[in-house]
Design a protein around this ligand. Structure first.
Ligand SMILES: C[S@@+](CC[C@H](N)C(=O)[O-])C[C@H]1O[C@@H](n2cnc3c(N)ncnc32)[C@H](O)[C@@H]1O
Length: 455
């Protein structure tokens, strides 16, 4: 792949150098492998080191009389390596075509124009932002008050209770004092401030992204995964982040891609595929975070209703994001614990944003698809058990979740200890393929599980 990328970036690959004499004379994509002692005779502008033994190789090159500064460590700077040699920054994907006999390979490349760390203005005028903030904060205040009277199983657990206390103090104070300007400004920047601390990494993640000098490995990794899963059925621009909350990430061919982009696009894409042929499905998510899955689900024109059940704080973030990303959509916000949640009422809306304690108010078998990602594991065990029994009751077709495969240091439950939903059959379990969640993410990897309701 790197050889192709070099060629696409306008470099000629002169030779492959290897210390192993058994490899000398081998051809790779038309390039011969030769002894390192040939280095000065080959006379390349750069030596790109693919081996993990960079230091030893750079020393060997220097001993042979080759300038040390022209030996580039691929693993030290994946992708940035090409830029270090003066080339373009690319990510790429292979499309394969077989005519029944031979095989052809086409490289699809995407130009990474750089990191987007400058402010991304919200497309909605300030007056509209203020109106949205007023509405979502009103719903938040009601939900927060009513949450205090919710059954213990629906109260915030140890992990999230502590996090919110530590990171949302300024926000609570602004709500208390009715500071609309402060709230509008804070929400307009939530991707980069403490409001997104545990859903996008908050200020710390933004700062470390901005400070990191080279392209992170997740971009090529997640592109590869996404291309394979979407199987030619999706275009890059579909995965882009909406310009809400001052997001950041990479500019790939003019589209803003961050770590969540491909992940949420694929979750929504798979959900919609599973619900093919279902007339106006109801999709319920428990713990929707900033609304990344919801955004992808609602982006198309398929008639459906998305219902989020979350803690009041993140419910507010998702409600704000969806209201500004989709000003034309009908979004129902929380009003009272007595809201009518009959499916015929819910179907009048594109999105219904509810505090978690309203889950028991849903009718039996009223929802076609239930989803939970990176979330059950962080709750109290009795709450997980309660949610499983509710899903067993309200979900008529599919239940999908992604949760821990292991037990990290904090109070996190591996999904192997979750209850089995009684009326469902597990269709598959698999390690998450995404960078930072996959099987190589030792001590913090995730499993994906899909269940189907049994007749
Ligand atoms: C790490 S975030 C994951 C967000 C999103 N699902 C994702 O994959 O990006 C965990 C989510 O679980 C929610 N959550 C935590 N405790 C909850 C509870 N007891 N009931 C419902 N949601 C809860 C949080 O508010 C947050 O939205």
């Amino acid at each position: 792949m790197l050889m192709d990328l070099c060629r696409e970036s306008g470099f000629e690959v002169c030779a492959v150098l290897d210390n192993n004499p058994a490899k000398w004379g081998e051809q790779t994509l038309g390039v011969a492998t030769v002894a390192p002692q040939q280095l000065l005779a080959v006379d390349p502008d750069y030596v790109l080191v693919l081996s993990r033994s960079f230091r030893a190789i750079a020393e060997q090159a220097a001993d042979l009389g080759y300038p040390r500064e022209r030996v580039i460590d691929y693993h030290g700077e994946p992708r940035g390596a090409l830029r270090a040699m003066g080339g373009d920054n690319l990510v790429c994907h292979y499309d394969y075509v077989c005519d029944g006999q031979g095989m052809q390979k086409h490289i699809r490349k995407y130009r990474v124009k750089g990191k987007v760390t400058q402010d991304i203005p919200c497309p909605a005028p300030l007056e509209k932002q203020r109106r949205v903030v007023t509405e979502v904060v009103r719903a938040f205040s009601r939900a927060r008050d009513d949450a205090r009277r919710a059954p213990a199983l629906y109260r915030v657990g140890e992990n999230w209770g502590g996090l919110l206390q530590r990171t949302w103090g300024d926000f609570y104070a602004m709500v208390e004092s009715g500071d609309l300007e402060g709230l509008t400004s804070m929400l307009a920047n939530y991707c980069r401030n403490p409001l997104s601390h545990s859903i996008l990494g908050g200020e710390g993640a933004f700062r470390s992204f901005a400070a990191h000098p080279v392209q992170e490995a997740w971009l090529q990794h997640n592109l590869n995964v996404w291309m394979a899963l979407a199987d030619g059925d999706a275009a890059l621009e579909e995965a882009a982040m909406p310009p809400v909350g001052n997001p950041y990430g990479y500019d790939v061919e003019g589209h803003l891609i961050n770590w969540n982009s491909f992940v949420n696009h694929w979750r929504a894409h798979r959900c919609l595929r599973l619900l093919d042929g279902v007339d106006h499905p109801l999709v319920a998510e428990i713990g929707g975070g900033f609304g990344g899955f919801a955004y992808q689900l609602l982006r198309g024109d398929r008639p459906l209703t998305y219902i989020d059940f979350d803690l009041p704080e993140n419910l507010l973030i998702a409600s704000y994001s969806l209201a500004l990303a989709f000003p034309e959509k009908r979004i129902l916000l929380y009003d009272s614990p007595h809201m009518n949640l009959d499916p015929s009422v819910l179907r009048d809306y594109d999105a219904v944003m509810l505090p978690n304690f309203l889950l028991p108010a849903m009718a039996d078998a009223s929802v076609d698809f239930c989803i939970n990602t990176i979330s059950f594991s962080e709750m109290e065990y009795p709450t997980i058990v309660e949610y499983f029994s509710q899903i067993d009751r309200i979900c008529s077709r599919y239940f999908y979740h992604e949760n821990l495969s292991c037990h990290p240091e904090y109070k996190g439950f591996p999904s192997s200890v979750f209850p089995r939903p009684r009326h469902f059959r597990q269709l598959f379990v698999s390690f998450s393929p995404w960078h930072g969640l996959d099987v190589y993410t030792l001590g913090h990897s995730y499993l994906e599980r899909l269940y189907q309701r049994q007749a």
